[in-house]
Ligand binder design. Structure first.
Ligand code: SAH
Length: 214
């Protein structure tokens, strides 16, 4: 076992399992994905620490626990087609791709898009489809989706995402202002969203046509 593997196991035990994450699919994916591949070299020694880390363009790779929590809240069976808005480093994308059938992920910054494409390509994923676009518009041509995960914060749920979510589908998004948000899970039932609040989080801003203006 190399040092990263040891740290990864420790991370899963002390940050994920002890905080109540119990979905085996999520735990197995967190144990498997080499988070160090998604981290800039200068932060290598912090790869498995209990906090987010800077990536390019002033963005962040989420704290491991938040990735695990959001993935668990999606309540995945493994058959799903998932839309992710905010590819960033691609770490959450890889976690999802381990569990579900297909992941469509959208990133607005081309530097991040290209880097994630390289990283995820090197890891050999065939069920990930990346797009360099404004994700607040969703991906109409590939819709509808069983699940939608937004990894950047907005003051509202982008309407195109509601339309592109399947009936009985689930959408997760941090909703609030620039400084603090609540993690919201929305179930689409008979065409309407039923909202649950999973408490305070801090994410970078979802910038785009149906998100927050620049
Ligand atoms: N899941 C990522 C989180 C990255 S931070 C990870 O763990 O690495 C959120 C990302 O959302 C940033 O990369 C940011 O550029 C992106 N983002 C913000 N607004 C967006 C939009 N409208 N469309 C696509 N991506 C967006």
């Amino acid at each position: 076992m190399n040092d990263f593997e040891k740290l990864r196991r420790q991370m899963v035990e002390t940050q994920i399992i002890t905080r109540g994450i119990s979905d085996k699919k999520v735990i197995d994916a967190m144990l498997k994905i080499p988070r160090e591949k998604f981290i800039e070299k200068k932060f290598y020694n912090e790869t498995y620490n209990d906090h987010p880390l800077p990536i390019e363009e002033g963005q962040t790779i989420s704290q491991p626990y938040i990735v695990a929590l959001m993935t668990e809240l999606l309540n995945l069976t493994g058959d799903e087609k998932v839309l992710e808005i905010g590819t960033g480093s691609g770490y959450q994308t890889a976690i999802l791709a381990e569990i579900v059938k297909e992941v469509y992920s959208v990133e607005r910054y081309s530097i991040l898009f290209n880097k994630a494409r390289k990283t995820l390509g090197e890891l050999g994923y065939k069920n990930i489809f990346l797009f360099n676009l404004d994700g607040t518009e969703g991906l109409k041509e590939h819709s509808p989706f069983d699940r939608i995960i937004v990894t950047a914060a907005s003051d509202k749920i982008p309407q195109p995402l509601v339309e592109q979510l399947k009936e009985n589908g689930k959408l997760i998004i941090p909703i609030g202002d620039r400084f603090s948000q609540n993690l919201i899970v929305a179930d689409k039932i008979k065409g309407k969203l039923e909202i649950k609040n999973y408490g305070g989080v801090t994410f970078v801003t979802l910038i785009g046509k149906y998100g927050v203006s620049e």
